[in-house]
Structure formats: structure tokens, C-alpha cells
Design a protein around this ligand. Structure first.
Ligand code: PXP
Length: 245
């Protein structure tokens, strides 16, 4: 089965918010990404609303024909907003207002009660649930415990190792994502991976048996600025298809 591609459109909104005007519209970007063949649209509504806005999600809910994955923190206001919007899935991510981008996976193991309640609330509202975690045994076990449907493995450590050119570190990260994919599958969890993936480093992750979907944002939007979004999405899909086991 081909690994699916979820396109994260946050950085289309980042460009718009740089001028606080109407363009470019992430809703239009989502339509183009879907027409280019992606399998889902991902948007992170941050508490500081630095890129995606409430309005974007409301419109995206009416236009996305594939799968709408809304990434939010565990803040109760965010959870209520998600219930109002009714995305296909909510991914819970940790949030720190000072960070440039999400810095690490969520420490689900340290917040079992809080996250279990949120997962149950979302499920009772017919929304699938995912937790963004580092590929670690303790976190996979915690994801199972809180009742999540999916885990999204944070590939940031892998991406950084690729940037640093440290083969040993790259191999260690690939092995840990592979091992945690096996463990997560054993627990009946479904597996997504993402963060920092790009046209140069995506292949080994797309080749891991058991990963269903990759969520990719910055590298696709960066390439889109030069070659257009349709081409950028198609190029990424080609690489993922070729690498799929
Ligand atoms: N998954 C999660 C949970 C994220 O927070 C992000 C970044 O917003 C991504 C995937 C996409 O990461 P990138 O923009 O580095 O491809």
C-alpha cells in the first residue's frame, strides 16, 4: 500500500500573515494540493494564531475532500474549537509560545489522565485522534493507554541527524522509528510520521513498513515558492511512491 501524503499548509498562511492581508489563501492551497494528488490536508491552529486562523479551518472543513487533520494543543478552548469544526482527525501536539516550530513530541506518559479525557471527548464527537510523540517505548505505551487511534512519530531528530550528516545518528533514528512502528502496530495503533521531512531525507522514512502516512509542510511550501504547489506536491508524491515498501 502506498504511503499517503498529508500536506501541511501552515506556511501558506505564514506568508499571508507576514502582510496580514488575504493572500495567499491556505484554502486555495489545500484545493491545489488535493488536485495534485495528496491524501490529506494538515493545519496547525496555534494558540497565538501566528499562521492558520479560525476562519481557515471553518472554510477548510467545507472544502477538503480528502482528510482534514487539525493539530492543536491540549488547551480546552482549542479542543472545543475542534469539536465545533469537526475535522476528520485531531492531532494533539505540545505547544510552547516561544518556539519557532513544534520542538518535541508530546509527553503523553506524563499526562495520561488529561489526554485520556480529551481523546474520549473527541471520540464521542466522532473525531479520530492522534498524538504527536517522539519514537520512544514509554510514549507508544502511553498512546495506547490514552486510547488514541493514531500516533504521529516526530521525525525531527532524524531530520536534524540528516542535516548534520551523521550517518550513525541517522541510522539510529531510523531504527528507533522502525522499532516503535512495530510496537505501535502490536498495540493496534495506526502510524503517521512527520516533521522536518524533505525531498532529500524522506525516502528511508517512506520505506518503513507499517507507516501509513507522512505529514510534510515546510519543504513542500518552500519548493512551491519556486516551482509551484502542484509540482511540489507531485514531486514529493513521486519520491514517496518509489520508496514505499
Ligand atoms: N507534524 C507536526 C505535529 C507538526 O507540528 C508539523 C509542523 O507544523 C509537521 C508535522 C510538519 O513539519 P514540517 O513543516 O517540518 O514538514
Amino acid at each position: 500500500m502506498t504511503v499517503k501524503l498529508g500536506v501541511n499548509i501552515d506556511h501558506i498562511a505564514t506568508i499571508r500573515e507576514a502582510r496580514k492581508i488575504r493572500e495567499p489563501d491556505p484554502v486555495a492551497a489545500a484545493i491545489i494540493a488535493e488536485l495534485a494528488g495528496c491524501h490529506g490536508i494538515v493545519a496547525h491552529l496555534r494558540e497565538d494564531k501566528r499562521h492558520i486562523q479560525d476562519r481557515d479551518l471553518k472554510l477548510l472543513r467545507g472544502t477538503v475532500a480528502t482528510k482534514l487533520d487539525l493539530q492543536i494543543s491540549t488547551n480546552p478552548e482549542m479542543v472545543q474549537f475542534a469539536i465545533n469544526v469537526q475535522p476528520d482527525m485531531v492531532t494533539l501536539v505540545p505547544e510552547n509560545s516561544q518556539e519557532i516550530t513544534t520542538e518535541a513530541g508530546m509527553n503523553v506518559a506524563a499526562k495520561i489522565d488529561e489526554i485520556s479525557k480529551i481523546v474520549m471527548t473527541l471520540k464521542n464527537n466522532d473525531i479520530a485522534t492522534c498524538v504527536f510523540i517522539d519514537p520512544e517505548t514509554e510514549q507508544v505505551k502511553a498512546a495506547k493507554k490514552v486510547g488514541a487511534d493514531f500516533v504521529e512519530f516526530n521525525t525531527a531528530r532524524y531530520a536534524t541527524a540528516c542535516d548534520l550528516g551523521s550517518i550513525q545518528e541517522v541510522n539510529r533514528e531510523i531504527s528507533s522509528i522502525q522499532d516503535m512502528t512495530v510496537l505501535a502496530k502490536k498495540y493496534g495503533l495506526r502510524i503517521i510520521a512527520g516533521h522536518g521531512l524533505n525531498y532529500r531525507n524522506v525516502e528511508p522514512i517512506a520505506a518503513i513498513e507499517g507507516i501509513e502516512e507522512l505529514n510534510i509542510g515546510h519543504s513542500i511550501v518552500a519548493r512551491a515558492a519556486l516551482v509551484g504547489l502542484e509540482n511540489a506536491v507531485k514531486e514529493m508524491l513521486d519520491i514517496i511512491r518509489r520508496a514505499t515498501p
